[in-house]
Design a protein around this ligand. Sequence first.
Ligand SMILES: Nc1ncnc2c1ncn2[C@@H]1O[C@H](COP(=O)(O)OP(=O)(O)OP(=O)(O)O)[C@@H](O)[C@H]1O
Ligand SMILES: [Mg+2]
Length: 517
Amino acid sequence: MSSAAVEARGIAKAFSGVAALRGVDLVLAEGEARGLIGENGAGKSTLINVISGALRPDAGTLRIGGEAVTLRSPQAALEEGIGTVHQQNWLVPTLTAIQNVELGREPVTRGLHLLARGSMPQSRAALEFVGLLQAAHREVASLSLAERQLIAIARAYARGSRVMIFDEPTAALSPVETHYLFEVIERLRAAGTALLYVTHRLDELAHVVDRVTVMRAGEVVGELPSSAHERELVERMAGSERVEHEIEVVGERRRSTVRDRAAEPVLRGSRLSDADGAFHDVDLEVHAGEVVALVGLPDSGAVALARTLAGAGRLRDGELRLNGAALSARTPARAVRAGIGYLAGDRKLRGVLPNFSVRDTVTLSALPTLSPTGFLRRRGERRMARELSGRCEVRAASLSMPITALSGGNQQKALFARTLATSPRVIICEDPTAGVDPGGREALYGLLAGACEHGAAVVLCSSDLREVSLISDRAVVFWRGRIVSELGRDQLSVSALMEAQFNQGPGSARTAMPTAS
Ligand SMILES: Nc1ncnc2c1ncn2[C@@H]1O[C@H](COP(=O)(O)OP(=O)(O)OP(=O)(O)O)[C@@H](O)[C@H]1O
Ligand SMILES: [Mg+2]
């Protein structure tokens, strides 16, 4: 029998006595492409962290190419042939792309000197392999998330890695970037690299992997072909006892809650231009109960407008009105006070304060609405946190644990709870369900729909075009800072949205990665 690329047996890991992995077996054959799915908190990242040397397991054995190994660091795993693209980034931001590719390869005495030159031929070949040679000497800090992922791949490729692990790589990528990443993954497969691929976007699985391992509550509970029906995958993830609630797997379109288009819109922007030149002369109206998607390529201005509406960017020109009254929300905090909630999926950059408990994270924005002091305030806070985290399906052993000890998806759900806590009139969402499992997504869509029923207006930016097509009433399409077209509810499909973003002008049909410049 030929030896497996990776063989993990009986892996166990607990955090402060709470088991995250309970004796997990995972065998990845040479050249195999395997998916790994499970609800938020199931233990996927923990397992990956063990296999990639970032965490030491409490029990269990790990074999690479048949050899028993003890991995003391991610660097050690890399030298053993295991490369990883983590949920959070592990590169050194102040070094260049090629220096990061070479990191840890030189004898210490000559190290920095060689690093400064980025001289190893296999590093250049690796950057070329992922299509990033032109960025070799740029600082990683100036590169996009998608480009950083490609560098992490190049690091492994330069060392001839036999295994590449991905932890939700597409959660925060635009559709174009995702498309490009899949191309690179295809090249890895053709080169014989084995893949372990974690995602909550189940429709990706069939493109990337052959078989899918399902985890639940720290255990492996099944293995299915990647062509399995989505519902089957979700049922396996949730366990039979929960299926009844979750049988409506993301797929049913939200019922429209727009009542009166003739009425004064909740949010009205006229001739909006921002200080950075990201968008020009934009008119936008969002009515009570309406979900309006802003779509476009990464530099189209759609996201910049959403952030500016949320008080995180500066307007140079134009006028904003909230329920008819002039609005000036120059900071995120003032926007929240004015009734504009903001939810971003990129939880590492925005929103999660590392020293906060789950409870404090959820209630942060709503504190001014609670009674001012003492016992009543604490009780109110606890009740609000409990109620909202329940509705948003946050799974935490305790609400007083640090927010950063939650799994990625559960952190995201806690941020959603915080956004809802202030009952905003306008909710600006940027990748609101990135990293959230299907059950949680369903719950969050339900909560958004509930807010709409109560007259909230929603502005949605999402790289998940399926999400856009399912929950929006219409989509306005941005091209080079201007609105160029609009898709009505009946025209909203993934392919139509994809096409609308691309086919707007000469030179628009790009297949290469759009690099930040
Ligand atoms: N550093 C930590 N400290 C304490 N608990 C942790 C830590 N990291 C993970 N956990 C706990 O371990 C469990 C598994 O988390 P893990 O991050 O592996 O889940 P996951 O399957 O990757 O979920 P997601 O889909 O949300 O990313 C969770 O209950 C989580 O709260
Ligand atoms: Mg995870």
